[in-house]
Design a protein around this ligand. Sequence first.
Ligand code: GDP
Length: 130
Amino acid sequence: GLKKKEVHVLCLGLDNSGKTTIINKLKPSNAQTQDIVPTIGFSIEKFKTSSKCCLVFSWFCLCSCLDIKHRRLPILFFANKMDLRDAVSSVKVSQLLSLENIKDKPWHICASDALKGEGLQEGVDWLQGM
Ligand code: GDP
């Protein structure tokens, strides 16, 4: 919750889905990199967001978040690349992933465009309120 100084975030998703770009955009502007290189294996990054210190793990393989059974961890989904012409809406994504079946964890889905940084803050604000 908001009282915590440090939050550990596990970032999961398909290769090329935009994980590195999203994490880069969430960094303070002076810590952002211009050249994003593909993540091999995993990377661990630590940086301060506007209100607290955040530890971010970026993992490059797809694991199902829904298989994480331990504790009542909040799950934030980014329906990224919403700028692409054939992008499906966040509502459609949540239907395709049957997110309404997640009853034991708080979850939230945001459409995002990580290149422009759109939709990211909304997601982080939700996460920080957990
Ligand atoms: P990762 O493998 O999940 O870490 O994906 P990357 O962050 O390396 O992004 C893969 C590619 O998708 C890069 O060429 C990014 O520039 C591009 N990309 C990331 N986010 C977006 C987005 O919201 N819109 C579009 N059009 N491209 C994106």
